[in-house]
Design a protein around this ligand. Structure first.
Ligand SMILES: Cc1ncc(COP(=O)(O)O)c(C=O)c1O
Length: 395
């Protein structure tokens, strides 16, 4: 068989894909994925929008569009998403993406030569690790302290390794659920400028907030154009439409646009127009209110169940939003073994945490729970079953 390119060496993608296969088995109560709840999708609003769009501007929508993105979406995004957060953008500082994952791919492509360093949090989003590996980047983790990344570690790595990129999920991190505190956000922007490192601030979960105060983004402290913010419509509207946005320095956006051109020419016009109409018709605030209410209920149900059924040796933090709870069993616990028993005998699934680290060794005692996809009744039953199994392993 013809040899694959070197960049595919060691890229299997299989471990977690196997886990995801279980999601389609209705017997299994799944805390494994990260999908939005199917009940969250505003199907009737989108049906009406699609009808109106095709009736009113069908010919334009079915034609090719500009790589830079559909202008009404950029305008609506600026007005309804950026300005309420205290940010503002010109059209040439925005690039519409086919999901924010495309931004990760493009940024790694335009900035990293093989062997160059990308700093990441530990743990971090698996999709980002996969994208960075494809460009043969040297992926290095920043150490943590009690509330997110350790800034001394970040500064030392920036100074010593001269990375091109630092990838950071600032709010309701996937998989840890954590949120980077305000002071650290400021400092990350300062360090990026000082050491000339591009920060990718990936922020798809910030609008899924159930408690606590909204924090300014890292981008808001960016005086030098070193922060590229990625947003997504996947968790607030629909992942199936594949619409995301990059916001940053216009020179970088220009280079990203060139790279996107050869990847997919442009993001689907219909998808972009759906997102634009959803925003400009003022539907987002009510929609978020509705989905945040039921996600909060699911989170509370899960946490209450964990308090009741999990062994006290299992440590976890309760997130203020997002879709995940990160758990740590005592050192030496092998969550992969527990996962096998959980899925085969207890009909409950989660993701063992080791998959969220760039190296295969260690972190075997950690796991991620997702609370968005199951009803409160099934969450209660699944957490009770998982608790019983975990109790067995600590004894
Ligand atoms: C941190 C993070 N970034 C990006 C994505 C991908 O989002 P999109 O569907 O916009 O590509 C996800 C999806 O789970 C995510 O958790």
């Amino acid at each position: 068989m013809t040899e694959f390119a070197n960049r595919m060496d060691g890229i299997t993608g299989s471990a977690i894909r196997e886990l995801f296969k279980l999601l389609s088995n209705p017997e299994i109560i799944s805390f494994g994925g990260g999908n939005p709840a199917k009940e969250s999708f505003p199907v009737s609003d989108v049906t009406k929008i699609v009808n109106d769009l095709l009736t009113e501007k069908g010919e334009a929508i079915l034609q090719y569009g500009p790589t830079e993105g559909y202008m009404p979406l950029k305008q609506a995004y600026t007005e309804h998403i950026l300005r309420p957060k205290g940010l503002d953008a010109n059209a040439d500082e925005l690039l519409v993406l086919s999901g924010s994952s495309q931004g990760l791919d493009i940024l790694a492509k335009i900035f990293t030569n093989p062997g160059e360093t990308i700093l990441v949090e530990a743990p971090t989003f698996l999709g980002a690790l996969q994208a960075f590996r494809m460009y043969q980047a040297n992926i290095v983790t920043v150490e943590n302290d009690s509330n997110g990344i350790n800034l001394e570690s970040l500064e030392r790595l920036m100074r010593e390794l001269k990375p091109k990129l630092f990838y950071c999920i600032s709010t309701f991190q996937n998989p840890s659920g954590g949120t980077l505190p305000l002071e650290k956000r400021k400092k990350v922007a300062e360090l990026a400028e000082k050491y000339d490192v591009i920060v990718i601030e990936d922020d798809p979960y910030c609008d899924l907030r159930y408690t606590g105060e909204v924090l300014p983004t890292i981008k808001q402290f960016d005086k030098s154009g070193h922060v590229i913010m990625l947003n997504s419509f996947s968790k607030i509207l629909s992942p199936g439409i594949r619409v995301g946005m990059a916001f940053g320095n216009k020179e970088i956006i220009r280079k990203m646009t060139i790279a996107k051109q050869s990847a997919d020419t442009h993001t689907s016009n219909l998808s972009q127009a759906i997102a634009a109409e959803f925003l400009s018709r003022g539907l987002l605030p009510k929609h978020l209110e509705r989905i945040n209410k039921f996600y909060a209920e699911r989170l509370n149900t899960m946490v209450n169940g964990m308090k009741k059924h999990f062994p006290k040796e299992c440590k976890y933090t309760i997130p203020e939003g997002g879709l995940f709870i990160w758990c740590e069993m005592p050192e030496g616990t092998k969550m992969l073994d527990i996962w096998k028993e959980a899925t085969s005998k207890y009909n409950v699934a989660f993701i063992p945490g080791k998959h969220f680290y760039p190296t295969a060794e260690g972190h075997e005692n950690t796991f991620r729970l997702n609370f968005s996809m199951e009803t409160p009744e099934r969450i209660e039953a699944g957490i009770e079953a998982l608790g019983k199994l975990l109790q067995k392993y600590v004894k």
